[in-house]
Design a protein around this ligand. Structure first.
Ligand code: ADP
Ligand code: MG
Length: 244
């Protein structure tokens, strides 16, 4: 077993002549919360999508929970079940109730019986502060509520790692706090998390480590106070001057 939940070595990703990831080394320990920051276009989403095999790396290795997901012998569907992903846009199924959205994957993939999935969905809705919304349709929810349902849906697969790609960027400001609160609770419970966010307050409070990316490379990383208060790299300084 690897001591890391996520162990990325020399990851490169090209789109034609566009070299988006130029040799990323990125490790996440068990129970660690890593916040990934960097300018738009630096490759943050591409990195997350490679971790989940939504994108095929050009080269390099990605080991999740001791399993090299780039090997053809690795069952990628099984590997993916252990990685929850939450996007900027919630992608809920609008023709299903909130409860059905959460129960779908565990039932379809044979992880739970219908009764188990229902109980778990209710528990998860309580965790994200929406216990009364089990029978609601997604269209009746606010953006922040939808995002909390999306988090519950990802958690329903009991993932080992949760990836968040700007989960609050599309929300009205008054909705942001509730979603961050749910993520904070998850972190406290020991979930291993990689979070791309512009919420520097969240990063300072919750991250064990902050990783700054620019131009497809990791430019700097360290404890939040180190990166935010004493950045070493000029690119980090310039970025932080703009966002803080
Ligand atoms: P970030 O999330 O840091 O803003 P992205 O990973 O989304 O950055 O994008 C990094 C670069 O990769 C950008 O130049 C973007 O245009 C390019 N890119 C991302 N996805 C694709 C794709 N599917 N096809 C071609 N280029 C892409
Ligand atoms: Mg992005």
């Amino acid at each position: 077993m690897s001591e890391y939940k996520v162990n990325v070595t020399n990851l490169k990703k090209n789109y034609g002549a566009n070299h988006v990831l130029k040799g990323i080394d990125f490790k996440v320990a068990n129970n660690e919360v890593v916040v990934l920051i960097g300018p738009s276009g630096s490759g943050k989403s591409t990195l997350l999508r490679c971790l989940n095999k939504l994108e095929e790396p050009t080269s390099g290795s990605i080991v999740i929970d001791g399993q090299d997901i780039s090997l053809s012998s690795t069952n990628i569907d099984k590997a993916r079940e252990n990685i929850g992903m939450v996007f900027q846009h919630f992608n809920l199924f609008n023709n299903m109730t909130v409860g059905e959205n959460i129960m779908l994957a565990p039932i379809e993939l044979g992880k739970s019986s219908k009764d188990e999935a229902k109980k778990q969905a209710k528990d998860l809705l309580e965790t994200v502060g929406l216990s009364e919304k089990f029978d609601a349709m997604p269209s009746s929810l606010s953006g922040g509520q939808k995002q909390r349902v999306a988090i519950a849906r990802a958690l329903a697969m009991n993932p080992d790692v949760m990836l968040f790609d700007e989960p609050t960027s599309a929300l009205d400001p008054e909705m942001v706090g509730d979603v961050l609160e749910v993520m904070k609770d998850l972190a406290k419970k020991g979930m291993t998390m990689v979070v791309v966010t512009h919420e520097m307050g969240f990063a300072k409070e919750v991250a064990d480590r902050v990783v700054f990316m620019a131009d497809g490379r990791v430019m700097e990383e360290g404890k939040p106070d180190q990166v935010f208060d004493h950045p070493q790299n000029e690119r980090t300084k310039a970025f932080l001057d703009k966002v803080i």
